[in-house]
Design a protein around this ligand. Structure first.
Ligand code: NAI
Length: 333
């Protein structure tokens, strides 16, 4: 008899990408639309593993409930793991795996898409033209060519973004506590202290993980250092930016624009269809009123190639876990 795995916080595209690969290894899934929390964990019974996503809340209480239900493996079908109490998992003997790099290209390309759309006011032009308003008033952008982009975090995604923007003829400066020195030398990228990157960049783009050190990396102090008129792009994690301070900087007209694929309080909002309902989050509502702010709802990862790779790696790890074999290299947290 096949093993059934509970999948939390799923959408139709998850079901589509996983159903076939799971069947090929003799696994079946119970796809839940709700998120995993210590309360919803009680629906898991006699299962060796569960599969979760970015906004499932894996705190100690949740892990304890999962352990009592027999779970020995939590498979994250994403790269980020700031929502997981790894220490609790370790003490309870639960292995946690992730998909470290399903498609850094998907995220890098979405980052550049947001930057281009914001810079050339595509979001405004699109709506205008559909309303037969062909005026160009207020649509003036900048040449990215020759301008400076500051890449904060030069891991897989940050390096790809840098390379795309080098192709546009931008000058790239970067900050990372673990610099990729050879890559930087080969590409002509200069590493600088954070404050210098903030002050010198026309475009700032965030590609670092969220952890206690990086929480509110862009706070009131940091935003005060940012070059006046600069554009900020965040496709990494919402809590890297202090939203209250960001709104204040936008209201003071100190920023050229802001493009976000992630938001501090996105849990319970992003990925949901709330059209027709009042938006309860006042800061998100305020952000959406600025003409120079674009928000997408955590969709940077969402390419068919990335979904297929997520399903392949996650399913391979679920199958290996069931057979008692070691997980794919580099996927264990
Ligand atoms: P990675 O692990 O390859 O690179 C992260 C880089 O950040 C590393 O070079 C690390 O040294 C650096 N870093 C760590 N702390 C830093 C700090 N305080 N300041 C500057 N740099 C710092 O990660 P990858 O694959 O490039 O992903 C980056 C982030 O993108 C992830 O942490 C995740 O939060 C986010 N992401 C967002 C997605 C989306 O759909 N919007 C999808 C996938 C990832």
């Amino acid at each position: 008899m096949g093993t059934t795995i509970d999948f939390f916080d799923t959408k139709s595209y998850d079901r589509d990408s996983f159903a076939r690969v799971l069947a090929a290894v003799g696994l079946t899934a119970r796809f839940h639309e709700f998120r995993l929390t210590s309360e919803t964990a009680t629906i898991v019974h006699d299962a060796p593993a569960v599969c979760v996503f970015v906004n499932d809340r894996l705190d100690r209480a949740c892990f304890e409930t999962l352990r009592a239900a027999g779970v020995r493996h939590v498979a994250l079908r994403c790269a980020g793991f700031n929502n997981v109490d790894l220490e609790a998992a370790r003490t309870l003997g639960i292995a946690v795996t992730r998909v470290p790099a399903y498609s850094p290209h998907a995220v890098a390309e979405h980052t550049v898409a947001l930057l281009l759309a914001l810079n050339r006011r595509i979001h405004r032009a699109y709506n205008r033209v559909r309303d037969h308003n062909f005026s160009l008033h207020g649509l003036v952008g900048l040449d990215l060519y020759g301008r400076t982009v500051g890449v904060i975090g030069t891991g897989k995604i940050g390096r790809l973004v840098a390379q795309i923007l080098l192709g546009f003829g931008m000058r790239v400066i970067a900050h990372d506590p673990y610099p990729a020195t050879e890559w930087a030398r080969a590409c002509g990228v200069a590493y600088l202290p954070l404050d210098e990157v903030l002050a010198a960049s026309d475009v700032l783009t965030l590609h670092l993980p969220l952890n206690p050190q990086s929480h509110h990396l862009l706070d009131e102090r940091a935003l005060a250092l940012v070059k006046p008129g600069a554009t900020i792009v965040n496709t990494s994690r919402g809590k890297l930016v202090d939203t209250t301070a960001l709104i204040a900087a936008l209201k003071a007209r100190r920023l050229g624009g802001v493009a976000l694929d992630v938001y501090e309080e996105e849990e319970g909002v992003f990925f949901e269809d709330l059209s027709g309902e009042p938006l309860a989050d006042d800061e998100l509502s305020r952000l959406l009123t600025f003409p120079n702010v674009i928000v997408t709802a955590h969709q940077a990862f969402l390419s068919g190639d990335a979904l297929a790779e997520i399903a392949r790696v996650t399913t391979e790890n679920l199958a290996r876990g069931r057979r008692g074999e070691s997980f794919l290299e580099g996927t264990v947290l």
